[in-house]
Design a protein around this ligand. Structure first.
Ligand SMILES: [Zn+2]
Length: 484
């Protein structure tokens, strides 16, 4: 038994506790889906599931509230399965061990699944309630959000009747989210011819490390160093001294800012001293440029074993120039909302090895046409090198509507509850609202949630008091929804 049962609001935490007991990592959502359907049957609520794995549960308006605009309460069923190296846990069979740690609820050695278990639990608590006041409610539990937003992508048009969508999947209590960026995954594949090892070359590994990294959307405005771009910049300088690339590896995910990159290079004996000087200068320059945001930036040169297969000189010249020229980071800030990034991209992964080059780039924008233009620019650059450019997983953004009626309602409700204005935010990352809004363009959408820290990591935790405030805001908002 877990003490989280005793937390307030009881209904929400009891549902959350039950969700923790049911394995529900992405692509293993059958049991949670059965749980939701079982709940609907037990409460005599109308339900349906669809081919994409989504579950919809409908609840009629409470007496006197029949004339209100229909509301869709939405969250996703799946959670990100991450555990510490020393934790033994099978996410497909084992329950999450949630516990109270001071002001927070967290889990023993694994992700907690507050993202988006708290959103699901709040929705179930509304559906089960007998004492709340609300108009017609449709609960939409989407499948497999965390990998490709598969449920939202597969949702059919015309099956939901409500006109206001409350997405319960953001992670800062006190903030209302009214927009998000769309994005497209870009994969680049190239070939190059190799040349055999020559005499008179010293093999070295050039490594850039100590960078902070971060989320390629939410952290892109912080101006952190991109290890791949910085390493390529140094290599570009070294080309004048006849330095040759044997291999290169940087970054691990397209949606993470790369923290580390290294290249095995061959340096002509005659230009060793000059190269070491250039590397020292570059190190000083980069450390000075990024002194505030990347105080631990380190550029090191160490001995490496000779390897066969240097990149041909022509391929090296062209690829180094292209990667150096490839745009990266913030491209434009929003004109309509101060301080918000409109368009950005992240060069997240680059590998050069054994005649093959692979890169992963993720552009994002609040504005679809800007995202397309950036995709065209990047594709054009690498197609000049005869590379294959593949686009996938494209999802639309959610354009902020500052005149939204539900935004005005929630700002008023929040101020009445807490005596202050909520923040209004646009997130430079993907929310399902972008895809959902593309199917239901008439919806008035907003997103909010309790405070969750370190989601998608074993340190994930949800702030207990923020759950109370989130719940009270949800309840008051349902009561205040305007008439149809
Ligand atoms: Zn989520």
């Amino acid at each position: 038994m877990s003490a989280i049962h005793e937390l307030h609001p009881h209904g929400l935490w009891q549902h959350f506790s039950a969700i923790c007991d049911i394995p529900h990592p992405s692509f293993h959502e059958e049991q949670i889906r059965e749980h939701l359907i079982g709940f609907a049957k037990e409460h005599h609520l109308e339900w349906q599931s669809d081919a994409a794995g989504n579950v919809i549960i409908r609840k009629q308006a409470t007496p006197g509230m029949e004339n209100r605009v229909g509301v869709i309460l939405q969250g996703h069923m799946d959670m990100v399965p991450q555990k510490n190296n020393d934790t033994v846990h099978d996410f497909t069979t084992d329950p999450i061990k949630a516990y109270i740690d001071g002001d927070w609820v967290t889990a023993e050695g694994t992700t907690l699944g507050a993202d988006n278990g708290i959103g699901m639990a709040a929705t179930l608590a509304v559906l089960a309630s007998k004492d709340l006041h609300h108009g017609p409610v449709e609960a939409l539990f989407t499948a497999t959000e965390e990998i490709g937003m598969i449920g939202a992508r597969g949702l059919a048009q015309g099956i939901l009747a409500g006109k206001i969508l409350l997405n319960l999947d953001t992670e800062d209590e006190g903030e209302l989210y009214i927009g998000c960026a769309g994005g497209t995954r870009i994969e680049i594949n190239g070939d190059y011819t190799t040349e055999d090892v020559q005499n008179g070359l010293a093999y070295k590994t050039l490594t850039i490390s100590g960078l902070k990294g971060g989320h390629s959307g939410c952290d892109i405005h912080l101006g952190r160093g991109n290890a791949i771009k910085l390493l390529i910049r140094v290599l570009h300088r070294l080309e004048a001294e006849g330095v040759r690339i044997a291999s290169l590896t940087g970054g691990s995910l397209d949606n993470a800012i790369p923290r580390e990159a290294s290249a095995v290079i061959a340096i002509p004996q005659s230009s060793r001293v000059a190269c070491e000087q250039i590397i020292d200068q570059c190190s000083n320059t980069l450390r000075a440029e990024l002194a505030v945001v990347e105080p631990n930036l380190t550029l090191t040169l160490s001995d490496a074993a000779p390897t066969a297969g240097l990149m041909s000189l022509q391929a090296q010249n062209r690829w180094v120039a292209a990667v150096d020229a490839c745009p990266n980071g913030v491209q434009r800030m929003s004109d309509s909302i101060a301080g918000v990034v409109e368009t950005s991209l992240n060069l997240g992964v680059l590998s050069i090895n054994d005649g093959k080059i692979k890169a992963h780039i993720l552009p994002r924008s609040l504005v679809g046409s800007c995202n397309e233009a950036l995709c065209d620019a990047v594709a054009g650059l690498f197609r000049m090198l005869d590379a294959e450019v593949i686009f996938s997983d494209s999802y639309p953004g959610w354009k902020p509507d500052p005149d939204s009626q539900i935004l005005a309602t929630m700002k008023r409700v929040y101020a009445e509850l807490y005596g202050q204005e909520p923040g209004v935010q646009v997130v430079h990352a993907g929310l399902e609202c972008g895809l959902l809004g593309s199917k239901y363009p008439e919806w008035d959408m907003i997103s909010f949630g309790p405070t969750i820290r370190f989601p998608h990591s074993p340190d994930e935790k949800v702030h207990i008091q923020s759950v109370v405030r989130f719940w009270d805001l949800l309840v008051a908002t349902l009561k205040a929804v305007p008439q149809a």
